[in-house]
Design a protein around this ligand. Structure first.
Ligand code: GP9
Ligand code: MN
Length: 652
């Protein structure tokens, strides 16, 4: 379960108790022998449930829930086939309590007491169990806020609250989502298509196909804000490598590009980039809909239309943000999460492997990918609370005295160095010659709760809500040998990445359900929605209900009629767009949409099992990989890292 720290371990230890007490307590409402029988049956059912979960988890790294039992006959089939293969003798320990109780009763070591319990007593036991559960929930929420609202990882819910609580929680969620889905029908997708057609933005023909057939390497810069580009601390550049790429003559960089995530953070940034559909305002679209919905995502489009090999690498748990399921729905052929990597206590921080170690160990997988590939690498060291061990601190902390803010430059600096190391390897192997590298920041690093420290970082007098909207800028850069670069001031957001990318790759993108548009287009509308309905354009901004002039940051106090109409029209456009996109997600509308050029993705076609994947990559038909072109030799030695953990490389 990967519990870390005393609190998680403590909660993991106690969390089966309240549910056990509550459920076994039901038996106490019955009289005499019946009460014993019912308790034993409940205990047996709980043991079966535990046993089934152990096996299911071993195979799918996820927990059983009603939704899974109801919807996935195929998973049950798969599991059925392998059930003998994956069962271990120790799994049967799940039944030992039932056995002990039965033996104790049969041998009369415990005598059956048929006196009825008072209703007051039995009710009190149940009330106590519920309060215990509430207490457990409070402690869990305290340790990990947003546990139930952000739905980032089923593992976390079980770790904090327990298996049974998870099943109940998931039952609720499933009921909610299926009710919404049932309401949707074919006419909904028709109105979405009508809207998209009316608002279609023609991509810029100058850029169509300039990266045709190239590999695409997407680098997810965790929590990376635009202000870091060019930022100096104590005279030292925080991100020298990214700064260089940003200004390079063969990079298209955007300096008015905004993140548009809600609570789903990383996951919904991914959702937008892969699908050009918005994430959710509360919760995470990738967690809640990633398993069951139909998608027409970047990896599926690229593999179907242009023969790309598609993969994601991430040094964190595969279950986080429901990646291991959602990626299958997106059509990713490979997903290499933490289980593909050597992990040692010193290698790992926060949510995953330190970036340098992650890249170092990724080389052997990247070089095996058949080309052209579409590969996304998700970094994670630059993540809240921005802490990194002493030996990796190579720039000093800032001095705002805000603990969560001051480490930000250190982890960003570390990330930048890791990027530098990867770029050098790309160059040495020649992979940079036929690869379009796309960098993007997923969301803010410093939240709106740090106005004072943010003002200090930016050397501003004050920092208000409008400044916080400005702070939502993140990098978007396309870097490729021979690309005609520029720093492009067009206003845009994460929703626009996929159409921009598809145009660069020369992939026709007319009859897709995508809410963004090519950012390089001369007709780009430059209206950037925020997930809560706020927005920004080069002229106006809406922040928590108030309007501002973007250029000056001044509040618009008394707009004349013309301006008022303009502002409310912009506002309406934003809400229309968001709600139509939400409809696509919560109504699972893409299941009704079957364009001729697209073959529906079947998640069951994909298997992220490490052995299976590596065998496939090693197969002899793979003649386009870097490894094959390098005379079937690894390029590992061309990756140089100064990671102190890897000094003694033989340890790997
Ligand atoms: C973990 C990671 C973090 O795998 O991607 O997600 P976030 O907390 O940034 O949303
Ligand atoms: Mn993130």
């Amino acid at each position: 379960m990967g519990a870390v720290g005393p609190m998680q371990n403590f909660l993991l230890l106690i969390n089966p108790l309240p549910a056990g007490m509550l459920l076994l307590g039901i038996g106490l409402f019955f009289k005499g022998r019946k009460s014993y029988w019912i308790i034993i049956i409940i205990d047996l059912l709980l043991s079966i449930w535990l046993f089934a979960n152990i096996l299911y988890y071993r195979e799918f790294s996820n927990f059983l829930s009603l939704s899974i039992i109801k919807t996935s006959g195929s998973t049950a089939d798969n599991l059925g086939k392998s059930i003998v293969g994956i069962t271990k003798p120790s799994d049967f320990l799940a039944f030992i309590d039932v056995l002990i109780v039965v033996i104790l009763l049969a041998t009369k070591l415990i005598k059956i007491d048929i006196r009825p319990l008072k209703l007051k007593v039995t009710s009190l036991i149940e009330v106590l169990a519920l309060s215990f559960m509430g207490f457990n929930l409070l402690m869990a929420q305290h340790d990990r806020s947003g546990l139930l609202t952000r739905t980032f990882d089923n593992n976390y819910i079980v770790k904090y609250l327990g298996m049974n609580e998870y099943a109940i929680y998931d039952g609720f969620k499933t009921a909610q989502t299926s009710a919404q889905m049932a309401k949707a029908n074919v006419s909904d997708i028709k109105s979405v298509r009508k809207y998209l057609k009316a608002n279609y933005v023609k991509p810029n023909p100058e850029y169509t196909g300039v990266a045709k057939g190239k590999n695409v390497l997407v680098i997810h810069l965790e929590s990376f804000q635009q202000f870091l580009i060019g930022y100096k601390w104590k005279g030292k550049e925080v991100t020298p490598n990214l700064n260089k790429i940003y200004h390079a003559k063969d990079t298209i960089s955007f300096d008015n590009f905004f993140n548009q995530v809600g609570q789903g953070k990383t996951s919904d940034a991914e959702m937008m980039l892969e699908n050009s559909l918005y994430g959710l305002q509360s919760g995470s679209a990738m967690s809640s809909y990633g398993t069951s919905n139909t998608f027409e995502s970047a990896p599926a489009i690229l593999s179907q239309k242009a023969g790309y090999t598609t993969a994601v690498m991430h040094g964190g748990a595969g279950s986080f943000w429901n990646r291991n399921n959602a990626y299958k729905s997106f059509g990713y052929q490979y997903f290499m999460p933490l289980s593909y990597y050597v992990n040692k206590p010193d290698y790992y921080i926060g949510y995953g492997l330190k970036d340098k170690i992650f890249f170092d160990q990724s080389i052997k997988y990247i070089e095996k990918l058949p080309q052209p590939f579409y590969l996304k690498m998700i970094t994670v060291t630059n993540h809240y609370p921005y802490q990194i061990d002493k030996k990796n601190q190579t720039i000093s902390k800032t001095d705002t005295n805000d603990e969560t803010v001051d480490g930000y430059v250190q982890t960003a600096h570390y990330l930048d160095q890791a990027i530098g190391e990867l770029m050098k390897w790309m160059h040495k192997t020649g992979l940079d010659k036929n690869t379009l590298i796309m960098f993007y920041g997923d969301h803010y690093g410093i939240s709106g709760n740090h106005h004072k420290a943010s003002a200090q970082l930016l050397k501003k007098e004050s920092f208000n809500d409008f400044d916080n909207l400005q702070f939502q800028r993140v990098p978007l850069m396309f870097h490729m040998k021979g690309l005609k670069g520029k720093i492009d001031p067009t206003y845009g957001g994460e929703i626009d990445v996929l159409p921009t990318l598809l145009n660069l790759l020369g992939i026709k993108n007319q009859d897709t359900i995508q809410f963004g548009h090519d950012l390089l287009s001369k007709d780009a509308p430059q209206l950037v929605a925020q997930r809560n309905g706020d927005f920004i354009t080069p002229e106006y901004a809406k922040v928590s209900g108030s309007y501002y002039y973007t250029k000056t940051g001044k509040k618009i106090v008394d707009p004349d009629k013309k301006l008022r109409t303009k502002l409310s029209s912009l506002s309406n456009q934003v809400t229309t767009q968001l709600s139509l996109s939400d409809r696509v997600i919560d109504g699972n509308l893409l299941r009704f949409y079957k364009p001729v050029w697209f073959e529906k993705v079947k998640p069951s076609d994909y298997d992220y099992n490490k052995e299976v994947a590596l065998k496939k990559l090693d197969s002899s038909s793979n003649k386009t990989s870097l490894w094959y072109k390098n005379h079937k030799k690894t390029t590992q030695s061309k990756f140089k890292t100064d990671a102190p953990e890897l000094k003694n490389k033989s340890a790997k």
